[in-house]
Design a protein around this ligand. Structure first.
Ligand code: ZN
Length: 122
């Protein structure tokens, strides 16, 4: 029995389906809204969505946010946990909410800005 996940754009219930629908290859299950062509993956082994449904524009923002943020810890400048704690503090949110997968476009833009500032100081 899957849970009901409402589309974050139109508010209609999203379809719980295999990700091969959107990727052409199965990477697990997703919640998918056919009206908005928006989707989100689930936590491995569960039907719990990873965050909000993302349309093409939001997916693009999330990718850019990751591109800006990930080097902070990938390069070893910060530990991964430290980097997320730092990001949460900068955004004024709790650490447990600091997941780019859960961010909307506005928060992704903030992440990009914060990381660009951080880089220009060092
Ligand atoms: Zn929708």
């Amino acid at each position: 029995m899957s849970i009901t996940k409402l589309c974050d754009y139109c508010g209609k219930p999203a379809i719980y389906t295999d990700s091969s629908l959107v990727y052409g290859k199965s990477y697990g299950m997703i919640y998918y809204c056919p009206d908005c062509h928006a989707w989100v993956g689930v936590h491995r082994g569960t039907d719990k969505p990873l965050g909000r449904l993302a349309d093409a524009e939001l997916r693009d923002w999330k990718k850019k946010a990751h591109d800006a943020f990930d080097p902070l810890w990938r390069t070893g400048r910060m530990k991964r946990n430290t980097a997320y704690a730092w990001l949460a503090q900068k955004l004024g949110i709790e650490v447990k909410q600091a997941h780019i997968g859960m961010f909307d476009a506005a928060q992704c833009m903030q992440v990009i800005q914060i990381c660009q500032q951080e880089r220009s100081y060092h």
